[in-house]
Design a protein around this ligand. Structure first.
Ligand SMILES: Cc1ncc(COP(=O)(O)O)c(C=O)c1O
Length: 451
């Protein structure tokens, strides 16, 4: 974990400053039940928390996980001394303002000045709000997303009782435009197309510019799920079609971006934004309990969730203060490093004789399988070998992930491979920490030693 004592000291200094703001109150003795055993229980908690993969370390190169920035961790901890609730100004005055400022900065990253948006508990909740609004604007019409879209869209649609359909993907895991158009032509029943700006499994980006052209012809709503990929709009080392897709997010009707994925935030921080602020009318409700202290809009009046951590807003605001969301800024460079690391690992794997990667990564996810050691093998055998490599690499501290993916994503499998099932178990590596770029040789060395 490489505990940084300086940052704990910074927290102490900031906590004293926060405390000074309440110095005019009469002193009181807080009642803390169980205080005598606090250290003991905290130590026990630390021991229990040791049962985790080392997500913070560069050799953790598996799932979409990275540590929050220290300023986010500290600002979150600082705000916890107050524990504000961003549902209403009554519960979180300062952090509601911080949320509005931080969300406006996210919107500005996509060129939006006039919009409706707020933080959520995560990407699922943010997507749920977007599809809830979409469903109200096009009652009785369907939601469609690609077969590689996050599973949450299908489930959310069923929660909202909206019909859902999947559209096939091409060999690069992007929504297949011909299949989409064929579906739009077949029947005039599509209300919203969910466009994934970075799929969870492979980091593939749906062709948003072409889907926008279809919108002109067939009139549907576009919701961009940029939960994982959204921040890559700041990266300047994307392939031209990927960069062109990110440049068009501003033309979507709504989008979701997760600060708790690539935005250096602790979990509990998603964000949903709508291009047309007037959709706020769809949220309208009365609360007899909460909305008394100000004529100003409370965040709870434009979100489905009620209580939400103001600490998440403080953490995000502080992070964006330290690392503004700008092209060529330190934050953007971190994203570019991840993309560079993914490209380099892909190249190394393709150049060697031990592994077969899929298509070139669009963002920072690399997918590969072990190259079979004999001419005649089956997808079942390759899948089993992927699982063995996953386990053996972990014994050498290299932690990868597994993904079950269509065999069509592998254009360079041997012709003699027996295709005994439609999918193949692959190794998956999300290289989302800037440090990954310096650790590629070690990662590659360990991989080569286990196959
Ligand atoms: C593209 C995409 N959408 C939605 C989600 C769901 O987000 P959350 O896990 O924050 O609910 C994920 C999670 O990985 C994702 O990658």
């Amino acid at each position: 974990m490489q505990l940084d004592l300086d940052s704990l000291n910074a927290l102490l200094t900031a906590a004293k400053k926060l405390d000074a703001g309440f110095a005019n109150l009469p002193t009181f003795t807080p009642q803390i039940p169980g205080a005598a055993r606090l250290n003991e229980v905290l130590a026990e908690t630390a021991a229990r928390l040791q049962d985790n993969y080392p997500y913070f370390h560069p050799l953790y190169a598996g799932q979409m996980l990275k540590p929050p920035h220290p300023v986010a961790r500290l600002a979150y901890a600082l705000a916890m001394f107050i524990n504000p609730n961003n549902h209403a100004l009554d519960g979180g005055r300062a952090t509601s303002t911080l949320e509005k400022e931080a969300v406006a900065e996210i919107a500005a990253m996509f060129g939006w000045q006039n919009f409706l948006g707020h933080l959520t508990g995560g990407g699922t909740m943010a997507n749920l709000e977007a599809l809830w609004v979409a469903g109200q604007l096009a009652p009785g019409k369907k939601i469609i997303a690609s077969e590689q879209a996050h599973y949450t869209h299908h489930r959310i649609s069923s929660v909202l009782q909206l019909d859902f359909e999947s559209i096939p993907v091409d060999s690069h895991a992007r929504m297949d435009l011909n299949a989409l158009e064929a579906r739009l032509v077949a029947q005039n029943d599509i209300g919203t197309v969910v466009v994934t700006m970075g799929t969870t499994a492979t980091g593939s980006v749906d062709p948003l510019p072409e889907i926008l052209k279809l919108r002109d012809r067939y009139n549907f709503r576009i919701h961009a799920d940029a939960a994982y990929g959204g921040y890559f709009t700041l990266a300047q080392n994307l392939a031209p079609p990927t960069a062109a897709a990110f440049a068009k997010i501003s033309e979507a009707d709504s989008f979701v971006i997760d600060p708790h994925k690539h935005g250096l935030q602790p979990y509990g921080c998603g964000c949903v934004l709508f291009r047309d602020p007037s959709v706020g009318r769809l949220y309208k409700h009365d609360s007899p309990y909460t909305y008394f202290t100000a004529a100003e809009l409370h965040l709870g009046e434009i979100s489905l969730e009620c209580s939400r951590p103001g600490a998440a807003a403080a953490a995000l605001w502080a992070t964006q203060k330290l690392l503004p969301l700008q092209k060529s800024g330190e934050f953007a460079i971190g994203l570019e490093q991840g993309r560079e690391a993914a490209l380099s690992l892909h190249k190394k794997l393709a150049a060697g004789d031990k592994f077969i990667p899929t298509f070139e990564p669009e963002l920072d996810i690399v997918i590969f399988v072990p190259r079979p050691k004999s001419q005649t093998t089956s997808l079942t055998e390759i899948s089993a070998a992927s699982r063995r490599i996953f386990d053996s690499a972990a014994t050498k501290n290299l932690h990868l992930a597994l993904a079950e993916l269509p065999v069509a994503f592998f254009q360079n499998l041997l012709a003699s491979t027996h295709r005994d099932k439609p999918t193949i178990t692959t190794l998956r590596s999300v290289l989302m920490k800037p440090e990954h770029a310096q650790w590629l040789d070690q990662i590659h060395e360990i991989l080569s030693s286990v196959w």
